[in-house]
Write a protein that binds this ligand. Sequence first.
Ligand code: ADP
Length: 198
Amino acid sequence: MKVVGITGGIGSGKTTVAQVFASMSISVFNSDAQGRRVLDNDMAVIAAVKKLLGEEVYLPEGRADRKAIASKVFADPVLLESLNAIIHPAVKRSTEAWVMALPAGTAYCLKEAAILFESGAASQCDHLIAVRADDAIRIQRIMDRDGVSHAEVEARMKSQWAQEKVAALSDYVVDNSGERSLIQQVVRIHRLLSSQGQ
Ligand code: ADP
């Protein structure tokens, strides 16, 4: 079973592109959603995050206060790195268990992650897909999707690697600026990945 990493900066459309693969029956592991789950439920992760960022980043009912966490870590790269170092090993373990449970005979599955390279998870993937879009389009999409300000989107973009760097390290690049058909690009990559054996 080949694990294909799919990544892209915030607003590039990586989730949208992963959904196109999923519509073709490809199994997709969403690392960011799993990261949120471990942040809320994994006792060892919760203890480590409280130690790093303070008890106040958890709400009284026990869930992580994502806004409080974001405001701390996106203003401080060292804290962000420390937070990722807590969450990433737990997400890695979940990914491995998920891949093991997939039916045999599947050519490949996708591991979707916003920071695949930054977290080091790219080295555990057999192939890599980068999704890109022009920065102005990304900012507008996230402002529309999340109701956040231009400055907030920019701060998050700055915490991620430049698109050019991610694209240069990837095997395939999907351009999601709206000029090229997403479906055609995805189908082409799907054919190439499916024909590469297991
Ligand atoms: P990411 O996972 O990279 O942050 P998403 O896939 O969530 O990005 O896309 C960000 C927003 O932009 C979403 O609201 C999505 O519906 C929208 N979007 C993504 N791709 C396109 C596209 N090609 N055309 C129009 N809207 C798009």
